[in-house]
Ligand binder design. Structure first.
Ligand code: UGA
Length: 473
């Protein structure tokens, strides 16, 4: 099919590239001309595993091109709307970009086209869109609307596109669902070649969920909010474990074996971040309130998440006693591994807090340094974990990159001022870090420390002068 995808962000660019990989002829549009030029040269505006190779391959075989929105919508059989819906001050989604695309479609699209809403939008947006597009019927535009919410995760977006657990399609008529089926046919029939695992012949056929448009829109917000609720729930269980001497890893394992609960999304930590969960939970609360439902459960999910950073900083403070004048090395800046996205990343909040409290802060991330530097400049960004750890009084793990799992921790121990790891992601078993000579503090588990030799006492308790400099005792 001749498809246009409007918006070259995480969702739009991934969708465009993967639809081209499935065999469609795709035009991906954005109103940022600089981004389009970058993409035409095969350069990605963000890091996403496997995306670059798929974009480059499909540009060279002619199935994928980049253009402005006006040109993209002209003559397209199907138009995916993948523009941003950022939060307004009051938490509601800003739909102005979606409305602008609708106007351009109305003015420029010709004949029949299927308009597919993929951006995360409040329930009933599809109905509004449909009304908006009907205003252009006089000039010959004939279109239908489908809601097709996206469930891909940053960092595994390509994998998620080709192996989704379900594809949700909200439509008003059966024949529109059939058009959507045509678009996803290779995934439904398992006839595509997976670009990541070339020899994976068949995966599990995705669930094909056809609903009305309102329900499809609600599925997206309800799913993200439910997952966020799971995280806040386990984070509170973690706090309880710390207070009563239990181990949250064991509790989560025992809970997760019950298939009604499921083991996914029960990893406690410094809270959920990224551009989806925080804004979607907020938006869902607003949607419910406007519809006359007080979804106070979700308000508490948000509140619990907001408290995670303060609680974690308290842990660091408890270990270091005074933060001012200490050197803290933060490992991991992205909101989760395998992405360079730092939007609403808990790590960024940590950097800001440590800097504000007067610490000297060094930081390392395999992908996100440049994006972090742009928003928190007064941090020493380092080219390796070892460089960041140099002379540090504490190493704080904020994102669970695999690289930290396989780090030479013996080498790290040699360069730090004090062997203390405060792990916001529970990457290690406490005994394992203690065996490597580190004091280890994590989430929802008991802290552990090696036996302290009397000769090590001096360096463990450095003296801090009122202006924040550290003196040897
Ligand atoms: C999320 C959803 O998982 C996707 O299905 C959805 O399509 C996407 O939002 C979206 O709406 O666009 P994403 O934000 O990429 O995807 O990341 P997740 O893997 O869901 O992680 C979100 C946050 O939760 C991260 O900060 C992560 O560290 C945190 N998390 C996740 C936990 O703290 N504990 C867990 O057990 C799992």
């Amino acid at each position: 099919m001749k498809i246009s995808v409007i918006g070259a962000g995480y969702v739009g660019l991934t969708t465009a590239a993967c639809l081209a990989e499935l065999g469609h002829t795709v035009c991906c549009a954005d109103n940022d001309e600089g981004k389009l030029n970058l993409l035409r040269k095969g350069q990605m505006p963000f890091f996403e595993p496997h995306l670059e190779e798929i974009v480059v391959r499909n540009c060279s075989n002619g199935r994928l091109r980049f253009d402005n929105t006006e040109n993209a919508v002209t003559g397209a059989q199907a138009i995916f709307i993948c523009v941003g819906t950022p939060p307004l001050e009051n938490g509601e989604a800003d739909l102005s970009a979606v409305a602008n695309v609708a106007r351009t479609i109305g003015q420029r699209a010709t004949g029949y086209c299927l308009v597919i809403e993929k951006s995360t939008v409040p329930v009933q947006t599809g109905q509004q869109l449909k009304r908006q597009l009907q205003l252009y019927a006089e000039k010959g535009l004939r279109c239908d609307l489908a809601s097709n919410p996206e469930f891909l995760r940053e960092g595994s977006a390509i994998e998620d596109f080709f192996h989704p657990e379900r594809i949700v399609v909200g439509v008003e008529r059966e024949d529109v669902a059939m058009l959507m089926e045509e678009i996803y046919r290779p995934l439904l029939d398992q006839t595509f070649i997976c670009p990541i695992h070339k020899d994976c012949k068949t995966g599990k056929t995705p669930g094909w969920v056809v609903t009305d448009t309102n329900s499809a829109e609600l599925i997206k917000h309800a799913s993200n909010s439910f997952l966020a609720m799971k995280i806040s729930f386990i984070n509170m269980v973690a706090d309880l474990c710390e207070s009563v001497g239990a181990d949250v890893t064991q509790v989560a394992r025992g809970m997760g074996m019950d298939t009604r609960i499921g083991k996914a999304f029960l990893n406690p930590g410094i809270g959920f971040g990224g551009f989806c969960f925080p804004k979607d939970v907020q938006a869902f609360v607003r949607i419910a309130t406007k519809a006359g439902c007080d979804f106070s459960l979700l308000k508490e999910v948000e509140n619990i998440n907001k408290r995670r950073i303060d609680r974690f900083v308290e842990k660091v403070c408890k270990e270091l006693w005074v933060i001012r004048g200490r050197k803290i090395a933060v490992l991991g800046l992205a909101f989760k591994p395998n992405t360079d996205d730092v939007r609403f990343a808990p790590a960024i909040e940590l950097l800001r807090t440590f800097v504000r409290e007067g610490a000297t802060v060094s930081a390392y991330d395999p992908q996100a340094i440049e994006k972090a530097r742009a928003i928190v400049p007064n941090v020493e960004y380092c080219s390796s974990p070892l460089a960041a750890a140099q002379d540090a009084d504490a190493i704080v793990i904020a994102t669970e990159w695999d690289e930290f799992r396989t780090l030479d921790w013996n080498a790290v121990k040699k360069v730090v001022a004090r062997p203390l790891v405060v792990d916001g992601r529970n990457m290690f078993k406490p005994a394992e870090m203690v065996a490597r000579g580190f004091s280890y503090v994590s989430i929802g588990r008991q802290s552990a420390a090696p036996e302290l030799q009397s000769t090590e006492l001096d360096s463990a308790i450095p003296e801090v002068t009122p202006n924040g400099t550290v003196k040897a005792l």
